[in-house]
Design a binder for this molecule. Structure first.
Ligand SMILES: [Zn+2]
Ligand SMILES: [Zn+2]
Length: 244
């Protein structure tokens, strides 16, 4: 399994970059997780848009869905020009009916539901979901293939359920919206220490800090997370690749 960080900013993208977006590939299947602001532009560094099989959304906040409409247009254009005959499959939860309905764009994009307790299969990749604690319904995603696993926390406060969900993962991509001395819980997010604690308690192999804030010294986030977690810790960055 190969995971490429396409966008990693919280809230809005810095110049030439994108908010939340990750490309997950295994044996020819290409699945995008979240498609935030700037994501469609950045995604083309790593794949042709026509080759994306599916997009899975953690939740419907703008920094995770801002490029929903334009990736739909891309597939409409690619199908009209006969670059592909495949519709783009878009998965989201159904707890916001209007947002879920916006996933479908005939005739090129098909919106489909996922729910906690069920799994999605993309080739040999299995996706499962865990509800997070955030101001709107949001789901963390675990991807497993060929005996390897990665967990993306999506947006959340520190949660014991997510520790369980992340148990033994090779890679934890954890949202880190604040620094150690900041109380992240009222905002529905985690800080660097909480991300590190989640990694330690879940016994993951490798921690990647993402959904980064627009202030402070980023190396402090890494140091603070390392105070909790003894494994490898690094910052997400556009184009970083993790091979599992
Ligand atoms: Zn977010
Ligand atoms: Zn959010």
């Amino acid at each position: 399994m190969k995971i490429t960080v396409v966008g990693f900013w919280g809230a809005y993208p810095e110049q030439e970059e994108a908010t939340s977006c990750y490309l997950v590939e295994h044996n020819g299947m290409k699945v995008v997780i979240d498609c935030g602001s700037g994501a469609v532009s950045q995604l083309q560094r790593y794949t042709e848009l026509k080759d994306v099989d599916a997009v899975v959304f953690s939740h419907y906040h703008a920094d995770h869905i801002a490029d929903l409409g334009v990736i739909q247009y891309a597939r409409i254009v690619d199908k009209a020009l006969e670059r592909t005959s495949d519709s783009l499959l878009m998965y989201g939860h159904q707890e916001d009916k209007a947002a879920f309905q916006s996933l479908t764009k005939e005739p090129a994009v098909e919106g489909l539901p996922y729910s906690e307790g069920e799994s999605l299969q993309f080739g040999e990749m299995k996706f499962t979901f865990c509800r997070t604690d955030h101001p709107v319904p949001c789901f963390a995603i675990r991807v497993e293939a060929a005996g390897r696993s990665a967990v993306y926390t999506a947006d959340t406060t520190y949660l014991d359920e997510l520790v369980q969900f992340s148990k033994g993962a090779d890679l934890l991509i954890a949202e880190t919206s604040f620094y150690a001395d900041q109380d992240s819980k009222p905002f529905g997010h985690m800080n660097s220490v909480e991300a590190g604690r989640m990694a330690r308690k879940a016994g993951v192999g490798h921690l990647v800090l993402t959904h980064l804030p627009h202030f402070g010294n980023y190396e402090d986030l890494v140091k603070e997370a390392r105070g909790e977690f003894g494994g490898e810790v690094e910052l997400a960055a556009g184009g970083k690749v993790f091979k599992l």
